[in-house]
Design a protein around this ligand. Structure first.
Ligand code: GLU
Length: 433
């Protein structure tokens, strides 16, 4: 029997890129498929978006305080660098996988292009529950990870930032480790640093401020007053907590909150500064006196005007999307809505402001931080907030217009704007060699 020739090039996707394996990366691939018909002649380059440019898996061994050695798996993925260096956060979480980091890096490419900051997309992470580590162990983990990914990061190559369970202190350790290795203080290698170490005013609040800004823009367009609006927030940290505070200051009522510790409800609206204080002291909303305890599953069916998922991926699913009572969902988290849930919300006429535009405020101020570090000239908080609001409003207006013109969801519209920018840059640069 004649043998089939062994192909020299395997065009089949490696298993971890399999779109039927619907992890976060599979969800991202579906989103790319939805945008492809709208890309015109640039669709010939779309395969670029379906493969990360570069993915590094590193072993991160550290001495634990008890003298033993523990190994953790870390990643840094650069999805695309057509428009500039890689840019995106680093998360420390027990559920981190390569598929997740790949998807998050791709969403950074889309997000950075959507707000038109001159970056590609990247993301990193370590599979670890940082809450089980002492401060010393966390520092050693961060430093060893930074050293391992030091091969591919740098102020003009790829610039990490905070994400889930990482903060300004972690960024200070990353900046110091990289600087020690290269023999100079390289503040521009990470953003989200402490303000005294080349960090930017307004960076910590930037993602929440961006969520609020696009929320107000969208509310105006659908004729929903913010004054008196009922808000439900999942995740009450840097993103959800700040967004909740800004909405409350604008006259809205935060009626329900949920985080890893518990769920709360208060129909009259919670005292948000007191709740933020409680979270800062205890690490969770659980035990806050100014609200009643709510069953976790009930959170999704609370009648509200605006629902803000600001925790992790895959929270709004085909199971809870039919129960959602909101008029608008603002995705503070990355990837909180599954594609099936997205369709259900659209059918039910619930407006979704997608992550790739709604939470882009953080990376926008990261860009300002990086520019300030390079010029060693620092702006006032007012200047930063004004520029942030301008970028978010302009980006949102452009996306809204595309959604209207083409009759597509805001997510597909954002992908149309962003993928066109990325693939146009890709085409102009040409294929090397
Ligand atoms: N981790 C944030 C995000 O998902 C910020 C990334 C950055 O500032 O580079 O957008």
């Amino acid at each position: 029997m004649p043998q089939a020739a062994t192909p020299l090039i395997n065009h089949a996707l490696p298993s971890y890129l399999d779109p039927h394996h619907l992890g976060p990366w599979g969800i991202y691939l579906q989103q790319v498929d939805r945008v492809t018909p709208y890309l015109g002649h640039l669709s010939r380059w779309v395969e670029t978006l379906k493969r990360p440019k570069r993915a590094l898996i590193v072993d991160v061994p550290i001495h634990l305080d008890d003298g033993t050695v523990a190994h953790f798996e870390g990643y840094r993925v650069q999805h695309n660098t057509s428009r500039g260096p890689g840019k995106g956060g680093v998360r420390f979480h027990q559920d981190v996988t390569l598929s997740e980091v790949m998807a998050l890096s791709a969403w950074m490419s889309i997000k950075n292009a959507a707000v038109n900051v001159p970056y590609g997309g990247a993301k990193g992470g370590i599979r670890v529950n940082p809450k089980t580590l002492s401060l010393g162990e966390l520092e050693r983990l961060t430093r060893r990870y930074t050293s391992e990914i030091g091969l591919i990061i740098g102020p003009t190559k790829d610039i990490p930032a905070p994400d889930v369970n990482t903060n300004a202190q972690v960024m200070a350790w990353m900046m110091d480790t990289y600087s020690m290795n290269v023999g100079e203080t390289a503040t521009g290698v990470v953003t989200g640093k402490p303000v005294d170490l080349g960090g930017s005013l307004g960076r910590r609040e930037a993602t929440g401020r961006g969520v609020f800004t696009v929320g107000v823009e969208a509310a105006q367009r659908i004729g929903m007053p913010i004054e008196g609006a009922r808000i439900a927030v999942q995740g009450f940290g840097n993103v959800g907590g700040i967004a909740g505070k800004l909405f409350a200051e604008a006259g809205a009522r935060v009626v329900a909150v949920q985080d890893h510790g518990g769920s709360l409800v208060n129909d009259r609206g919670m005292d948000v500064p007191a709740l933020l204080d409680h979270v800062a002291r205890t690490g969770s909303v659980a035990g806050f006196a100014g609200a009643e305890v709510l069953d976790a599953g009930e959170f999704w069916s609370i009648p509200c005007d605006i629902l803000i998922p600001a925790a992790l991926e895959g929270q709004i699913t085909a199971a809870n999307a039919p129960k959602i009572q909101a008029r608008m969902v603002i995705e503070g988290a990355n990837g909180p809505t599954t594609p099936e849930a997205d369709d259900i919300l659209q059918e039910r006429n619930i407006l979704v402001l997608p992550d790739v535009i709604a939470n882009a405020g953080g990376v926008t101020v990261s860009y300002f931080e990086w520019v300030q570090d390079f010029s060693s000239f620092f702006w006032t908080e007012d200047e930063i907030n004004q520029r942030l609001v301008r970028v978010m409003k302009e980006a949102f207006t452009a996306v809204w217009q595309v959604a209207q013109d083409k009759g597509v969801s805001l997510r597909t519209a954002t992908f149309i704007v962003a993928c066109t920018r990325i693939l146009h840059a890709r085409e102009m640069r040409g294929l090397y060699p």
